[in-house]
Design a protein. Sequence first.
Length: 384
Amino acid sequence: MNILVYTTLFPNNTETTKGIFVKQRVDRLAKFFNTIVVAPVRYIPVFKTCSKISRSEHGNIDVYHPRYFVLPKLAKWTDGVFLFLSTLFFIGKILKRHKVDLIDAHWGYPDGFAAYLTSIVYKIPFIVTLRGSDVNIFLQRGLRKQVILWYLRKLKYIVTVSNSLKTTLIHHGIDPKIITVIRNGVDLNSFIPMERSSARQKLGIDPDSKILLCVGNIVKIKGQDILVEAFANIRHKSAKLIFIGDGEMRNILENSIKNRLGATTRISFMGRKPHAEVGLWMNACDIYILPSRNEGMPNVVYEALACGIPVIATKVGDLHDIITSEQHGILVAPNDPTGLSRAIDQALATSWDKGFIRKHAEQFDWDKTISLCQSVYTTSIKNH
């Protein structure tokens, strides 16, 4: 069986951690299916944003990065049309060399929309996986919402990574019978518990401080601004907060910290780190924190738990299905810095059982995920 994965969320030579959660699933499925990845990159002529991004190979997977034109910050509902037109003939060239049995799209818009139109043109079975903001944010209003719902209502198979995303789609009139929930998994061989002192020594971190860690894109929806506000009011004044990641909110947060807290060495922005290094940072921290305003089923929580690290997270998405006991972590309301402060103080005062947390995480490995994906692939092709 030959699969063409279509997504703008995939690592490339200049964005090495982009869409790593998609790559993890694709890598495992490639053990069972011949897989080609088409991962288009935005092309804005004035900025030449993708001039250094080139075709690559990930193991036995060929990854192509055709360019697609976008109107920056304008008429976002047009992104899907431009993406479709920009990649249609490129995919046609691939189809002349390779038989493709299924187009597997990741991310609802523009990726899913463009891939759906492509599947119609070339008469290929199609499924799309919806992952979070493509449902929680994009379906709130506007023309983009209408375009997304138009094509989703025409599909036979939709995958979501959480039950909450499925519920939202049903609320918008999507037939529940066509939606399958397939969660992401965690690589239990890459994210493993290790001695905190050893991890800190490798990273050059103070061995005695209480360390809070937050990993992810620094954007409004991820709620790092709430975390900074909460951190300023915790009782453990010697604790330190480390952010790994980057994004449009980073400069705003750094300026806010200077204005509110003055010069401080208690909050550090480390920028993006290779995914292979994230487990080391997790093992170096005392508590992992996810302060998001909205989520689907974030892989980073699986990864922290797999390292035996307790998690403080907001009650959004399906996080209540991951953190099912106070022995795994603490759930708090989103947009509540006071509640988050209390949770941090409580977590820092708690003795956590690292082995128990790791054992809980082991149920989220990739085996079940891949089995469900295989079933959906086979059914989609058979019933096309």
